[in-house]
Design a protein around this ligand. Structure first.
Ligand SMILES: NC(=O)c1ccc[n+]([C@@H]2O[C@H](COP(=O)([O-])OP(=O)(O)OC[C@H]3O[C@@H](n4cnc5c(N)ncnc54)[C@H](OP(=O)(O)O)[C@@H]3O)[C@@H](O)[C@H]2O)c1
Length: 313
């Protein structure tokens, strides 16, 4: 169990998951959180990260920073993605070991599983088949992070766990249409279309792929649950909602929530990505954790937050 005054470093605290982790840790009573802005500490900088760990000596580390950004970024900038992410995670994992961190949580991603992975995807399916090529650089960096945690546990007896989140959405997500994931991208598109009174919204792909989405507050609640000694194994563990929806079903829900009255057009010339993606979450369910926020409720909360941010602009 992490004590309420344990020194906890949330790396990447300005991102969607980092922000929610800080919020969730604070409301649960943790009062000794360490955060530092990416403008003050570039986590790719080995000597600066080393200095930071020597000064701060955290007891627990949540490793959330990432360089990423949807299908377009993954396709066009694979070199940047693999170089930056390998650097960030290597620095954080290595200096956590050196600082004798009691426990570290590394965030993987469901894109590490093979393209034609049997559904729902079990943890043991890792590296059993070829990956979706559009995700490869990002996925390989994530797999390296998981393997690095396992190697440190084996050789140095550390307690570094790896969590595999499904697609996460919620407040503080990236709503930039060029680099966003599907939910924030659709929310912005429908909101814009409604405001401009457009007749149509064009959606990439066929609308047939099925995806799983978990509200960010549920996800961070799971991370804290796992860090609180409910899980101390080297094997990675999936965290998801447990059910998937088609992109078409998702789009219809967002259309309803945003109040857009026009038509949906699916652009079949754009890539679909993996056909299906649903995590097998029986492992975390057996430990006693499950998600609380259904998709409609999570989307409503996200849209409320988005509208407020747009209003303040
Ligand atoms: N969101 C999802 O659906 C999802 C799904 C699976 C896994 N994950 C994993 O969960 C973690 C958090 O995701 P997220 O969605 O919260 O990401 P995010 O919103 O993009 O946040 C990433 C954070 O990392 C920081 N960062 C990037 N490069 C950095 C650097 N060189 N030095 C310091 N900070 C740096 C960013 O700061 P700047 O913006 O200032 O660069 C940002 O605050 C990641 O490991 C991601 O792979 C997320």
């Amino acid at each position: 169990m992490m004590s309420k005054d344990a020194k906890i470093f949330i790396a990447g605290y300005e991102g969607m998951i980092g922000t929610a982790l800080v919020r969730c840790l604070k409301t649960t009573g943790f009062n000794n959180l360490i955060t530092i802005s990416s403008s003050l500490l570039d986590l790719t900088n080995q000597s600066e990260v080393h200095k930071f760990f020597l000064q701060e000596v955290p007891e627990y580390v949540f490793l959330a920073p990432i360089k990423e950004g949807g299908i377009l970024t993954n396709t066009n900038y694979p070199a940047e993605l693999i170089y930056i992410n390998l650097q960030i995670q290597s620095n954080l994992i290595h200096f956590s070991w050196e600082a004798k961190v009691k426990k570290l949580l590394f965030l993987g991603s469901s894109c590490i599983y093979p393209k034609f992975c049997p559904q729902p995807m079990k943890e043991k399916a890792l590296l059993t088949g070829p990956m979706e090529p559009t995700n490869e650089a990002y996925a390989i960096a994530k797999i390296a992070g998981i393997k690095m945690c396992q190697a440190y546990n084996k050789q140095y007896n550390t307690n570094f766990i790896s969590v595999i989140p499904t697609n996460i959405y919620g407040p503080y997500d990236n709503f930039d249409l060029k680099t966003s994931h599907v939910i924030p991208g659709l929310i912005r598109k429908f909101h814009q279309a409604k405001t401009r009174k457009d007749r149509q919204v064009i959606i990439w792909g066929t609308g047939n792929p099925r995806r799983e989405f978990l509200f960010v507050d549920d996800f961070t609640n799971a991370c804290i649950f796992l860090m609180n000694n409910n899980y101390n194994q080297s094997e990675m563990i999936n965290v998801g909602y447990g059910k998937d929806v088609s992109i078409k079903e998702l789009a219809l829900k967002i259309k309803e929530i945003t109040g857009f009255n026009g038509e949906l057009i699916f652009d079949n010339t754009k890539p679909d990505g993996m056909p299906n993606k649903l995590l097998d979450i029986s492992k975390i369910n057996k430990l006693g954790w499950s998600a609380k926020t259904d998709l409609k409720k999570g989307l409503k909360k996200t849209y409320t937050w988005f509208k407020e941010i747009e209003r303040l602009k």
